[in-house]
Design a protein around this ligand. Sequence first.
Ligand code: SF4
Length: 189
Amino acid sequence: MIKRYEKFLEKFDQKLETYFSLHKDLIKCKKGCAACCEVGEYPFSRLESEYIMFGFQTLPQKLRTLVKNNISELKKIKLEQNGKRFDYRCPFLVEKTCVLYKYRGLVCRTFGLAYVADGVVKLPECANFGLNYSEIFDPETSEITLSNPIEEDLRIDKIFQSDLAKGYELEHGEIRRLIDWFTTPFDSD
Ligand code: SF4
């Protein structure tokens, strides 16, 4: 399954490259900006969570310990939230860098891109603070004037239902917030 998923990712990344290049004049993503990984819920399917944990095993011990501590800390805070919506910094973000970039989820690959979902253009959060698509978005009126929107729903359940994914017969399993894939206490070794 992992091999099939990696083959799918290769094609999916190629497709995203064409989307990013279509909107390149409106996209401000650059090395060192990790705004998308600082606050969020990060929906991950079982397949993606298994893949990222597969990557986790390749990390040096020191990084593994650091990430494990991040996860344990987040699990503790989440418990204290008592079921309220919980947005958090991704535990794999270390010094503004994703330590599992190659193994990151589908949602991470689409970060920064605007696309059409349920008939409306869905903008990345950073449009609200002057980054991607800020030239075509008015935060006061929420008006978006994008002449060439990406006409593909890039939410992860839709990605797995796409013709591209169907060709790889992926069994993606349940979708949960990334943090909910980890046990308490988190033990991966
Ligand atoms: S897995 Fe990596 S890219 Fe995805 S949210 Fe976490 S740090 Fe960001």
